[in-house]
Design a protein around this ligand. Structure first.
Ligand code: ZN
Length: 501
């Protein structure tokens, strides 16, 4: 090991430990802590966050980083160490350019604005949220401008934080394909969707039985209970301390069978990615998934490409029917598969089906671009939002709560995040076609044997953690970089077959 890197190691270890402690508190906050804990515990989390920052951003680490970036030092580093140095440089780029005073003020603002947002959504009053949103946007523009290299747009800077492979050019190209192909497809499908009877899904499903079945599903797709736990929270999510401690949550709705089942498969997909990262990488700066897009690709691959396929349910469906015979014994597998794939234009992103989902993201992407290009001001946003929903989905939100106020992301300053969701689905489709090519994929599903599928994902994606980026992983796995044509092809083929278009 290089002498310089050796000196860096204790700083990295300390930051890792502080990060793990912070994650544990955040997890606890969402799952187990009593209602009144939040305000006081946030002080603990605040201090841990500052300590985390200080452990990485200080004169000593800065000096070591500079040295490690020199050519002759680089020669002495292993590939993993090089990746860690690159990651550390990224963190410096993100945090160092912002004056600490402004950074603190921004964090205070966002914690306030997310509370204001939650209330504004409940009260359906966009005007209460607008002034805060305006300030958040101003900060984000300012922070991005500190970091933007010459000629780089603010929004480009924000996008690259989530995935270095996807900037405005790549996303414009991607969303143009989405627009051209999926809007007409959804229109076609929408007319036929009404004929699918999905009433079974909204009958009463005993929650304790749901829990049992979801736990079974999670293990079935490959969640390792020796390395992970499942709890409940208001919104399902995944967090990890390291690859031997990965935690997911679920939520249960009595009169909705699908909700918890597909949430658990989705979160299990995230968890499997983290659990499969190589032991030599975990607890380092490159010991997590490589990008938001690649993470969503794994969760959506399990949820949609696998979990909504007929082949997946064929060996499982009887078990589901036997769990709820009173509701399902008259529902054929055929009908169930159509039900879980029912697609139609909709207003709420998180409840959208696989086909309309990318259109929700398209709308947010276009609006974010307008915001950072200065083409629209905050007061005009609801109008722009509603117009785009009418144009792309053919429906107009009845109010802002069901429109522009539905997502929490902007209140927390998370601009540039949304595209990862759609990119994830597209990457999942590309992986799916590749795997259909090289292995008896559907036969594995019919046999109820997901091990070879999971092992292949582990060997081609998961184990590398963040040492390779999205395109490097795809190229090495499938022979080509990101290609959205697979996504369009996947959705077209799937819905043509289901709806006999
Ligand atoms: Zn996810």
């Amino acid at each position: 090991m290089s002498k310089t890197f050796e000196k860096l190691q204790p700083y990295l270890d300390k930051s890792m430990a502080l990060q793990a402690a912070r994650s544990l508190f955040e997890w606890d906050d969402e799952t187990a802590a009593p209602y009144e804990a939040a305000e006081y515990t946030s002080k603990v989390i605040g201090i841990l966050s500052n300590e985390y920052m200080d452990s990485l951003i200080n004169d000593e680490v800065r000096k070591l980083l500079k040295k490690l970036q020199e050519d002759k030092e680089q020669e002495e580093l292993t590939e993993t160490e090089k990746a860690i140095v690159k990651e550390l440089a990224k963190i410096y780029d993100q945090l160092e350019s912002v004056p600490p005073k402004e950074y603190r003020a921004f964090n205070e603002l966002t914690s306030k604005s997310s509370r204001i947002w939650a209330k504004a959504r409940k009260d359906n009053r966009y005007e209460d949220f607008a002034p805060y949103l305006n300030q958040v946007i101003d900060y984000k523009k300012k922070f991005a401008s500190y970091r933007a290299k010459k000629g780089k747009k603010a929004y480009e800077v924000l996008l690259n934080d989530f995935d270095e492979c996807f900037g405005i050019k790549e996303l414009d190209e991607f969303f143009n394909k989405v627009k051209e192909n999926l809007i007409p497809l959804l229109k076609e499908v929408g007319h036929k969707a009404d004929t699918i009877d999905k009433s079974y899904n909204f009958k009463s499903y005993d929650i304790s039985k749901q829990k049992e079945f979801c736990r079974f599903l999670s293990g079935y797709v490959g969640f390792d209970f020796n390395r992970g736990v499942i709890a409940e929270s208001a919104h399902p999510f995944t967090t990890q301390l390291h690859n031997h401690d990965v935690r997911i949550t679920n939520r249960f709705i009595e009169d909705n069978l699908e909700s918890a089942m597909f949430s658990i498969i989705h979160e299990s997909g995230h968890a499997i990615y983290e659990m499969n990262i190589d032991d030599s990488l975990t607890q380092t700066l490159v010991g997590g998934g490589t990008s938001m897009g690649m993470h969503e690709a794994q969760s959506r691959f399990f949820e949609n490409n696998i979990g909504r396929s007929r082949e997946f349910w064929e060996p499982l469906y009887d078990r589901l029917v036997n769990t709820y015979p009173e509701n399902l014994k008259e529902v054929s597998l055929e009908n169930f598969i159509k039900g879980i794939n029912k697609a139609a234009p909709s207003l709420i992103r998180t409840e959208a089906d696989e086909l309309s989902y990318p259109l929700h993201i398209l709308i947010r992407y276009e609006i974010e671009k307008m915001i950072f290009d200065g083409e629209v001001n905050v007061d005009e946003l609801p109008k722009v939002w509603n117009k785009k929903y009418q144009e792309y989905m053919g429906i107009t939100p009845p109010d802002d709560a069901n429109g522009i106020l539905q997502d929490t992301h902007w209140s927390q300053g998370e601009f540039g995040y949304f595209p990862s969701y759609a990119i994830g689905s597209a990457v999942a489709a590309q992986i799916h076609y590749h795997m259909l090519d090289i292995m008896p994929f559907n036969q594995y599903l019919l046999d109820g044997n997901l091990t070879p599928i999971r092992e292949y994902l582990k060997d081609s994606i998961h184990k590398y953690g963040a040492t390779k980026n999205t395109n490097e992983l795809l190229k090495d796995m499938t022979g080509e970089e990101f290609n959205a044509d697979y996504y369009i092809k996947y959705l077209r083929e799937k819905y043509q077959k289901l709806y006999k278009l």
